[in-house]
Structures are given as structure tokens and as C-alpha cells.
Design a protein around this ligand. Structure first.
Ligand SMILES: Cc1cc2nc3c(=O)[nH]c(=O)nc-3n(C[C@H](O)[C@H](O)[C@H](O)COP(=O)(O)OP(=O)(O)OC[C@H]3O[C@@H](n4cnc5c(N)ncnc54)[C@H](O)[C@@H]3O)c2cc1C
Length: 255
């Protein structure tokens, strides 16, 4: 990071890339993939444990490790395909729980290369947002989890996984929810109301199963996906008056 900064080269951090759509021509910038920070430690407390997880740990791995130790709090996030770092930046969540809910603090490296610790209230968490800057690298996070029966935790993981399989097009490539829900109001309803379920551009389609997903039916280009996103926004606005806002990040399209 410092090498790139000293040369005034633009850069971004990447976890598993599950919330990012990159332009077909690629990126004119450095990409620092943060998947090697794989620490996982759990320190017992009276009520449960403090869990420290590296930014590169896959969310599902962390949740499985917690379940095996009888530590509850994050199991409803099971099935989100990102890393701990990406999930914190996006304040990822599902089934009424967000990753920030049981977060205590985050260790990060700022633009100057200084490592610092930020407490939960300093991270500006909101619905699928946080205040981490694009040039701040999340290194590690500490969560406070509670004791529970591992069988109950695993049953909840299975329940949310089954629900996910039933509702989301998990069998096809996608970048998850494309648009942000509006104050708890699911935006797939507006896409449906505009008659766009199944609508396609090239090989990119609005999912028949869940209209807030755009799926790749095989060989879709990023520009197909972008044109589809723009068309959905336009048609939804015309049909319902609602202005949809992207949850996925679009990288390299305006350079
Ligand atoms: C099938 C599918 C289902 C999904 N379901 C959900 C869901 O239910 N709920 C939900 O919230 N999301 C969901 N997502 C979206 C996505 O998985 C989450 O946003 C996830 O948290 C992103 O993690 P990632 O590691 O892939 O991050 P990336 O996509 O790699 O990056 C996302 C953002 O985080 C930044 N970032 C990543 N790592 C770091 C780091 N270490 N330091 C600083 N910045 C960093 C990136 O620069 C980028 O801005 C889904 C995606 C898919 C494909």
C-alpha cells in the first residue's frame, strides 16, 4: 500500500470480490487482495467469548468455528460469501442481523501505514454501509459472542442456509443483491412492479427467482450487467417513481 501511495498510484482493497463488478477492460489501479489475514482466536469470558478474526477469514469459516465452540451471534450471516474485512466495510447482514451487531472493535491500517484500533461507535455503521475510507485496510476485528448450545447454533445456520437456497439464485453467478432495500422495504417489489423479472440484456438477466439479483446465464459481460442495472433503474423510476440505489460496487466503469 505504501509503495503504491508513494508513487501516487490509485489502489483499492479486495476481499473475496463478491460485492464488486469490474469493468470488462479491467482496472487502471492497484488491487490489494486481503485474504491472507487468517487469524482466529476465541478468549472465554463469563458470558461467552471475545473472538478475534483476521480480515481475510471467510465469514462462513468464522461462523463455523464459532458454532463448534458454542458461540452465538453471527450464525444468521451464514451463507454470505465474503470475508470478514469485506463484510465489515459493507456492514453485511441477513435475516435481521448485521455483522456490526456484535462487533467490539476493528484493527486497521490507515493511509499513512499506521495501525490503529477503532471502537464500534467510531465506524459509522448503517444499512450496508460503514465509514471506513477506501484507503483504510481492515486488518482484524473483535466480536463479543454469547454461549449457546452448538446444536441450536448449527440448526439456525441450516435454517438460514435452506431459506437462502430457496429464495436466492445461489446456483448461478451473481454479485448478490444489486440494489439497496429502502428503509426495510425490499426493492425487489419495485423491480417486479416494473415487470422486469427475467428481463435480460445479453446474457445478464434479472433473476426469475429473486428480482434483486442479476445473474450471469453464461458469458455475460460486465457491460451487459451495467446496461441492465441502468435499464432497471430507469424502468423502476418510470413505473413506480422510486430511485433505486446500487448496493454492489461498480469498479472501473467511469475511468
Ligand atoms: C450469492 C451472494 C449472496 C450474497 N448475500 C448477501 C447477504 O445476504 N447480505 C449481504 O450483506 N451481502 C450479501 N452479498 C454481498 C457480499 O457477499 C457481501 O457484501 C460481503 O460482505 C462482501 O465481502 P467480500 O470479501 O467479498 O468483499 P469485496 O466484494 O471484495 O469488497 C467489498 C468492499 O469491501 C472492501 N474491502 C474488502 N476487504 C477489505 C479490507 N480488508 N479492508 C478494507 N476494505 C475492504 C472493498 O474495497 C469493497 O469496497 C452476497 C453476494 C453474493 C454473490
Amino acid at each position: 500500500m505504501l509503495w503504491l501511495r508513494e508513487r501516487q498510484l490509485p489502489f483499492r482493497f479486495l476481499g473475496n470480490g463478491t460485492n464488486v463488478i469490474v469493468a470488462d477492460r479491467g482496472l487502471a489501479m492497484g488491487v490489494i487482495r486481503v485474504t491472507r489475514m487468517g487469524t482466529f482466536r476465541a478468549r472465554r469470558t463469563r458470558a461467552g467469548a471475545l473472538v478475534e478474526a483476521g480480515a481475510g477469514v471467510a465469514l462462513k469459516t468464522m461462523i463455523r468455528q464459532c458454532a463448534a465452540r458454542g458461540l452465538s451471534g453471527l450464525e444468521r450471516l451464514f451463507g454470505i460469501p465474503g470475508t470478514v474485512g469485506g463484510a465489515l466495510k459493507m456492514n453485511a447482514g441477513s435475516f435481521g442481523v448485521s455483522i456490526s451487531d456484535c462487533l467490539i472493535s476493528v484493527k486497521l491500517m490507515d493511509e499513512e501505514g499506521e495501525v490503529l484500533t477503532r471502537q464500534r461507535h467510531e465506524m459509522g455503521f448503517g444499512y450496508r454501509t460503514s465509514s471506513f475510507g477506501d484507503r483504510e485496510c481492515i486488518l482484524e476485528a473483535t466480536f463479543e459472542l454469547k454461549h449457546a448450545d452448538p446444536r441450536t447454533i448449527k440448526a439456525e445456520m441450516e435454517r438460514v442456509w435452506r431459506e437462502r437456497l430457496g429464495k436466492h439464485p445461489m446456483e448461478m453467478a451473481s454479485a448478490g443483491s444489486v440494489f439497496r432495500n429502502r428503509d426495510g422495504d425490499p426493492c425487489w417489489k419495485y423491480i417486479d412492479r416494473a415487470g422486469l423479472r427475467g428481463f435480460s440484456i445479453g446474457n445478464a438477466s434479472v433473476s426469475e427467482k429473486h428480482p434483486n439479483f442479476i445473474v450471469n446465464r453464461g458469458g455475460a459481460s460486465a457491460s451487459d450487467v451495467l446496461r441492465l442495472i441502468e435499464t432497471v433503474k430507469l424502468r423502476v423510476r418510470e413505473a413506480t417513481g422510486v430511485a433505486l440505489e446500487e448496493e454492489v460496487e461498480l469498479w472501473g466503469f467511469n475511468e
